[in-house]
Design a protein around this ligand. Structure first.
Ligand code: CP
Ligand code: NVA
Length: 316
């Protein structure tokens, strides 16, 4: 056993596992990952991934995901290779299957940010090494783990915490509601008609909430939703790939902006979260995101710690 693991009180082995969605993980595994992330936050440097290489395929832009994965690999003694799909043969039509097989013989793990979830699952199917979803159109699992770590740090607990997501029922909302429900939280999603989370995701979330003793509610009324909220979360109204809908969406999401008026209806010690990047004065006002309740930079920092926990657990 590697000496760095031996000194860590957390010894989960998820060796060889892919991370496409938290639906494939148990609540115990998630708790272990959160504990390991907290440990790594206090003990950032190790050599546990010495000699290990992570390939990072990006078909969409990124600041946080790219830099935190790369820095995380370096902090653990490993190395990361940035692969923009515009530069690799995947972008010119080489198949996912062939890409998966070839990369498996060079690197120890793959992180992919893409559009279709099927691309991530296909890559995972054909690669013989772990594949981590760094965001697709349906999920953003690494973000959600950082979100719940931030909530745990701020509130001291997860069970029974009321987390309200306001805005588009998108990838960030999906992973957030799944993970929060799994961990026994009271999850409320408030979005305009036509922008609800996917039906299957809602179904899975409700089942998870039933099992964990948490709850899930969907409402079109954001004022009703935020009453007594411990956490208020929002994300952009137009995600990557939806740029052409941006103007229509500004119209459709009127009334769903997280501003001081809305936040005033939440619990007095409410925590505001946003995965970033944000559009100030669209989905959130500057007064809120730069205000006293905001934890967005703590949340962004936590991406580094949770991803290191994931990498360490699946690579060794
Ligand atoms: N929140 C997040 O994933 O940010 P990036 O798009 O900058 O990676
Ligand atoms: N929902 C956003 C998240 C960006 C981190 C998007 O997919 O663009």
């Amino acid at each position: 056993m590697n000496s760095n693991i031996a000194t860590s009180p957390y010894t989960i082995s998820l060796k060889g596992r892919d991370l496409v969605t938290w639906l494939d993980y148990t609540v115990e595994e998630v708790h272990e990952l959160l504990s390991l992330a907290s440990y790594l936050k206090k003990n950032p440097h190790s050599k546990i991934l010495e000699g290990k290489t992570l390939g990072m395929i990006f078909e969409k832009s990124s600041t946080r995901t790219r830099v935190s994965f790369e820095a995380g690999m370096l902090q653990m003694g490993g190395h990361a290779i940035y692969l923009n799909s515009r530069d690799i043969q995947l972008g010119r039509g080489e198949s996912i299957e062939d890409t998966a097989r070839v990369l498996s013989s060079y690197v120890d793990g793959i992180m992919i940010r893409t559009f279709e979830t099927e691309k991530v699952t296909q890559l995972a199917e054909y690669a013989s090494i772990p594949v981590i979803n760094g965001l697709c159109d349906t999920y953003h699992p690494c973000q959600a783990l950082a979100d719940v770590l931030t909530i745990l740090e701020r509130k001291g607990t997860l069970k029974g915490v009321k987390a309200v997501y306001i805005g588009d029922g998108n990838n960030v909302a999906h992973s957030f509601m799944i993970l929060c429900a799994m961990l026994g939280m009271e999850v409320v999603v408030s979005c305009p008609e036509g922008y609800e989370p996917g039906k299957e995701i809602i179904e899975s979330t409700m089942n998870l909430a039933k099992k964990s003793g948490g709850s899930f509610e969907l409402t079109h009324d954001p004022n009703e939703a935020v009453k007594g909220a411990d956490v208020v979360y929002t994300d952009v109204w137009a995600s990557m790939g939806q740029e052409e809908e941006a103007i229509q969406r500004i119209e459709d999401f009127k009334g769903y902006q997280v501003n001081e008026g809305l936040l005033a209806q939440a619990a007095p010690d409410v925590t505001f979260l946003h995965c970033l990047p944000a559009h100030r004065e669209e989905e959130v006002t500057a007064a809120v995101i730069d205000g006293p309740h905001s934890a967005v930079f703590q949340q962004a920092e936590n991406r580094l710690h949770v991803q290191k926990a994931i990498l360490q657990s699946v690579l060794v």
